[in-house]
Design a protein around this ligand. Structure first.
Ligand code: 7TS
Length: 405
């Protein structure tokens, strides 16, 4: 059992009042709140050892470099990578996916090749591949999503062909909460000769991640969804792939030697980190990952799953409310629509009650189209949420229905 009271005290924002009511923050899939240790790591860096990294040999530069690289080592352990050379810092999941599309993709995708994604992808795992496929006359194939908001492994393997070069798949759907069988998918894709990128934006905070066990070729996630800062993310890539891929952005840091005639590039991981990186947020990401590890993902998961079950049972009892996404394996996220209630109207009423939920298409427009809806109301739970907050949501929904009907 998590000690929610003491956990909540570590998140200063949870003391906030919104519209005269205590904040009930249920938009964790968009971004999670930050514990004091993360906020402290940011202010500590700026107030004690702000300096550029990898260049100066003065004390501050050395301290900043050490802290920055310490995060890389922590990330390596957090996702079970083999070496820190495989950990590339990015701005977030979106940039990680784009990095692969613009480097590996531009080199390896040719006319007639096929890339497979699923029908539940976030736009950031659709658009980069669409752009690439259009440029290269390649084909983007989509795994169909069933009424429960999932797909069977066979629906995926049926799409694999000798032309499949890449499978780019979300591990956990941000709109439905569905957990996809990525390990089995990776094995099947490899057998067909394709590489696999896993979008871990939603999974990294809930599931135990071991990229070596998964055997994925790339894995991308965002710091701000794992209780860390915005503006920092991670792209994991297998070393041999990262070594042979072309560079992404050119500039300082990513070079070995530059002349006007020719440039040689730096070794991994610096080859993909051009310019002064996001030092402060990278350093604070370590505090966030250490925070998660200190509590333990299994304990966090048990708490979140309890909230999910509790919320699902209550919401299902509300007449006219329909849950979208009823896969057998889900994370702590519930998406729903209500007869006669536009999600946006519900969000405004709930906000007046201090309740923060996400409404709309959740950057998954093709998925919304599949379900024939403009969007959903989404409540997503984190380790600091409570059953009392679920009760507040349910009461708020009942009030919303009364007001709008
Ligand atoms: N992939 C998935 C599955 C996501 O949920 C998100 C963000 C991204 C990629 C992009 O991550 P970013 O950090 O680069 O923006 N998802 C959401 C969401 O559900 N609500 O706001 C952002």
């Amino acid at each position: 059992m998590l000690m929610t009271d003491s956990i909540r005290q570590q998140f200063p924002i949870l003391e906030r009042m919104v519209k005269g009511k205590p904040l009930v923050y249920l938009d964790n899939a968009a971004t999670s709140q930050k514990p004091q240790v993360v906020i402290d790591a940011l202010t500590d860096y700026y107030s004690r050892y702000n300096a550029n990294i990898h260049r100066g040999i003065h004390t501050l530069a050395e301290e900043a470099t050490m802290a920055y690289e310490a995060t890389r080592a922590t990330v390596k352990d957090f996702i079970g990578a083999e070496t820190t050379e495989e950990i590339i810092f990015t701005r977030g999941t979106t940039e990680g996916i784009n990095l692969v599309a613009y480097t590996w993709g531009r080199k390896h995708i040719n006319a007639g090749d096929e890339i497979i994604i699923s029908g539940m992808e976030h736009h950031s795992n659709i658009v980069p591949w669409q752009i690439l496929c259009q440029e290269k006359q390649a084909l983007l194939k989509v795994i169909p999503v069933n009424d429960a908001g999932a797909f069977a492994l066979e629906d995926f393997t049926a799409l694999l062909s000798p032309r499949t070069k890449l499978v780019s798949i979300v591990q956990v759907s941000n709109a439905l909460g569905t957990v996809n069988p990525v390990k089995e998918m990776i094995a099947a894709a490899h057998q067909a000769g394709a590489l696999v990128l896993v979008d871990g934006a939603q999974s990294a905070v809930h599931l135990d991640i071991n990229v070596q066990d998964l055997d994925c070729d790339f894995f991308a996630f965002s710091g701000h969804k794992v209780y860390g800062p915005t503006g920092i993310g991670v792209l994991y890539g297998k070393k041999d792939l990262l070594e042979e891929m072309p560079v992404f952005q050119g500039g300082g840091e990513m070079i070995k030697e530059v002349s006007f005639e020719q440039t040689t590039f730096n070794e991994l991981p610096y080859k993909y980190e051009a310019g002064t990186p996001n030092i402060a947020d990278t350093i604070a990401l370590k505090a966030a990952l250490d925070y998660i590890s200190s509590i333990g993902k299994p304990a966090i998961r048990a708490h979140e799953n309890e909230l999910l079950e509790y919320a699902t049972a209550q919401l299902e009892n509300i007449p006219g409310l329909r849950i979208i996404g009823k896969a057998a394996h889900k994370v702590s996220l519930v998406s729903f629509v209500i007869d006669g209630v536009h999600p946006q109207d519900a969000a405004i009423i709930l906000d007046n009650l201090g309740i923060a939920v996400r409404t709309g298409h959740h950057c998954t427009q093709p998925l919304m189209k599949r379900f024939g809806i403009p969007g959903t109301i989404r409540a997503s739970f984190a380790l600091y949420n409570t059953k009392a907050e679920v009760d507040a949501l349910v009461t708020g929904i009942l009030k919303t229905i009364k007001m709008l009907s």
